[in-house]
Design a protein around this ligand. Structure first.
Ligand SMILES: C[C@](O)(C(=O)O)[C@H](CC(=O)O)C(=O)O
Ligand SMILES: [Mg+2]
Length: 299
């Protein structure tokens, strides 16, 4: 066992946040995407709540998926990749005891970090209108329940506030400060519009702040450098690969329908050989050969 694997996922996540400013966290909607992110040199990955709903269930991001649904995807990803993973647990899936169960289950499934938000249970995507949030007291209780439930002190509890759209900037910052007081390790201010908005958060709290750079939403596609200049320590791309994959898949389905062949499409496909390299396929095949081929040939 090497030193890396002896450290908890939370410890590795915290180290990577400290080492890179900001740490880029890429959304991986399934185990294979996690392997691809690792191959591309990324240091941290993300399981999006919207991604679980959209990709695993064909549902919108409106609080319709359960703890069990998200856990299944976390387990599949942590079995396939060593990268520390931040998991979107929406509102925690219930009251204090359910939040405690969510945290313990996420740790057991090998997650490094979670983010929990202050929207009402009947949540919406953070970049859509008509969001509603719970009181700051209730949000603080969510954070306390989460922090109290973790087994390992380094497991990261990140507080997300959706308050900007509902109550404005002052309230959002106040909520962030209350969450930090209650033990939140990191802050996720949702749907910011300017770099100055981020700066106000990084100045107000003494814990790392995450910028959610999701496409086609309320936040401009700020670069890593721009975010670094206002003190942001984590930058999230929750669904970038998923959006690209979805468009590519739709194109393949349409072209097959229209042309009756895929000859013009293979140029954009990952080859069998590249797939096998990512999966370490040949190693598995050799294991099979070593175990069984000799026996059959000597029979
Ligand atoms: C980060 C997010 O919570 C997610 O589930 O990935 C979404 C992303 C999106 O819908 O673009 C959100 O920002 O609410
Ligand atoms: Mg989400």
């Amino acid at each position: 066992m090497n030193i890396t694997s002896q450290q908890s996922p939370g410890t590795r996540f915290r180290q990577r946040v400290s080492a890179q400013s900001p740490l880029q966290i890429v959304g991986t909607i399934n185990a294979y995407c996690a392997m691809l992110a690792e191959q591309a040199g990324h240091q941290a990955i993300y399981l999006s709540g919207a991604g679980v709903a959209n990709a695993s269930f064909g549902l919108p991001d409106l609080g319709m998926t359960s703890l069990a649904d998200v856990l299944e995807d976390v387990r599949r990803i942590t079995a396939a990749s060593q990268l520390p993973i931040l998991v979107d647990i929406d509102t925690g899936f219930g009251g204090a005891l359910t939040i405690a169960r969510t945290i313990k289950s996420m740790e057991q499934a090998g997650a490094a970090a979670v983010h929990i938000e202050d929207q009402v249970q009947q949540k919406r995507c953070g970049h859509r209108p008509n969001k509603a949030i719970v009181t700051s007291e209730e949000m603080v209780d969510r954070i306390k329940a989460a922090v109290d439930a973790r087994t390992h002190d380094d497991f990261v509890i990140m507080a997300r506030t959706d308050a900007l759209a509902v109550e404005g900037m002052e309230s959002a910052i106040e909520r962030a400060c209350l969450c930090v007081e209650a033990g939140a390790d990191m802050i996720f201010p949702e749907a910011m519009a300017t770099l100055d908005d981020y700066q106000r958060f990084t100045q107000a709290v003494n814990v790392p702040v995450l910028a959610n750079i999701t496409e086609f939403g309320k936040t401009p596609l700020f670069s890593r450098e721009e975010l670094a200049s206002v003190g942001v320590q984590l930058v999230l791309y929750p669904l970038s690969a998923f959006r690209a994959m979805s468009k590519a898949a739709l194109n393949v389905y349409q072209q097959l329908n229209e042309k009756g062949h895929q000859r013009d499409l293979t140029i954009d496909m990952q080859t069998r050989e590249a797939l096998y390299q990512t999966l370490n396929y040949h190693h598995y095949e050799q294991t099979l050969d070593r175990l069984f081929l000799k026996e059959t040939t000597t029979d």
